[in-house]
Design a protein around this ligand. Structure first.
Ligand code: PLP
Length: 398
């Protein structure tokens, strides 16, 4: 009987496996630290000390101060807090204009649409063909009533790193606040809030080998924003609600591991990603890399397969034991073209034929080789099926 190969996970941008050290810390804290971190007594103070420790670890990872770190339920809440919090604070001053890139995560784009419904003007700045926003285009979008620029640090679909520092400097010249969604860059490339020059930064635990449903927003001291979650005085009255101590302890351990492992992980993953990318380009004709040539996070590649519908390829690969994605996880399961690839100016068929492959800390060279061995016959089979269904596609895919 043929040996059954273990499933291979190449979708770390959707979420990461929880690190064993994180699991152990969460389990210990769940058992031992049940106190409410706001309680004055011994149990509360112990829980608070654990939160303080986690806050320091998150601050260290992004080179901020722990007093500026506010814990949230994850990247989506942090993004909402940044956009809605600034909007609530600055709207009374007559600033009702928001600038975002057209390739932001839905957490930002959908929140921007909500602000539009309440009368805000939103400018969506398209990237160039390689998936990078041009600072000149940001400068051109800035207006006297602009309240906030929200520009992600690394894109979740193609991995391109955006020129956040340059754009933040331009925005600040006009008195505009700057938020960056660093959910896909923290733990993959160095993230330094001072060097980026931003006022607000979002991060998420489950992209860093930490627990799901937990994250943080870094808020530069003195930044004007109103709390989105109101209630008790937790998190220096920035975000009400009893903190999830065990999960936040896990976030702290994940952040510390990320700080320790950043350089090594980045080097190893960049080499493995390049092997994967070059291997696919060599083994499968009619493929191209989206975002090639731009600075990218080291774990991500986005590859277009001519003559193929990405969803079919995803399903075929899953049946063969490989977990990949066709873009952001939230839009998987639909045949919606990728808004990121569309904004990069790709023709319609190329916005529906791309796979996102994202490796991680535990991806082994043998995993990449297994994928490279399995992929060509699967693509070949799907192309034959497509050609049979649409004879005119035969010439297009050859
Ligand atoms: N921002 C980016 C760039 C993301 O990739 C994600 C998750 O996919 C989020 C925000 C949302 O984070 P969370 O899943 O923690 O809500």
């Amino acid at each position: 009987m043929a040996a059954v190969r273990a499933r291979i996970y190449l979708d770390h941008n959707a979420t990461t496996p929880v690190d064993p050290d994180v699991i152990a810390a969460v389990a210990d804290a769940m058992r031992d630290e049940f106190g409410n971190a706001s309680s004055v007594h011994h149990f509360g103070q112990r829980a608070k000390a654990r939160l303080d420790d986690a806050r320091q670890a998150v601050a260290d990872l992004i080179h901020g101060s722990p007093t500026e770190v506010v814990f949230t339920s994850g990247g989506t809440e942090s993004d909402n807090f940044a956009l809605r919090g600034v909007a609530d604070a600055l709207e009374p001053l007559g600033r009702k204009h928001l600038i975002v890139s057209a390739i932001e995560h839905e957490a930002v784009l959908t929140t921007a649409r909500a602000l539009e419904r309440r009368g805000w003007r939103v400018t969506r700045v398209a990237p160039d063909a390689s998936g990078v926003v041009r600072p000149d285009d940001i400068a051109a979008a800035l207006a006297d009533d602009t309240a906030l620029l929200s520009l992600m640090h690394a894109n979740n679909e193609v991995g391109t790193v955006q020129p956040v520092a340059a754009c933040a400097a331009l925005a600040h010249e006009r008195g505009v606040l700057v938020h960056t969604d660093a959910v896909q860059s923290v733990g993959k490339v160095p993230v330094d809030v001072q060097a980026l020059g931003v006022d607000l930064l979002s991060l998420s635990g489950h992209k860093l080998y930490g627990p799901k449903g937990v994250g943080a927003i870094w808020i530069r001291r003195g930044t004007r924003l109103l709390s989105a979650m109101t209630g008790g005085k937790q998190e220096r009255s920035r975000r009400a609600g009893t903190e999830n101590v065990p999960a936040l302890v896990g976030l702290g351990v994940a952040a510390r591991l990320a700080t320790e492992r950043l350089d090594g992980d980045a080097r190893t993953q960049a080499a493995l990603r390049d092997t994967l990318e070059q291997g696919v380009l060599r083994a499968v004709p009619g493929t191209h890399v989206n975002g090639a040539g731009a600075a990218r996070v080291p774990n991500t590649t986005n590859i277009g397969f001519e003559g193929i519908e990405a969803e079919s390829l995803l399903i075929a690969l899953d049946l063969d034991g490989f977990a990949v994605s066709t873009g952001s996880a939230c839009s998987s399961g639909t045949l919606e073209p990728s808004h990121v690839l569309k904004a990069m100016g790709l023709p319609l068929h190329d916005t529906q034929n791309a796979l996102r492959l994202s490796i991680g800390r535990h991806t082994a060279p043998a995993d990449v080789q297994a994928f490279l061995d399995a992929l060509p016959p699967i693509v070949e089979r799907l192309r034959q099926l497509t050609d049979r269904r649409t004879p005119s596609a035969a010439s297009a895919s050859s």
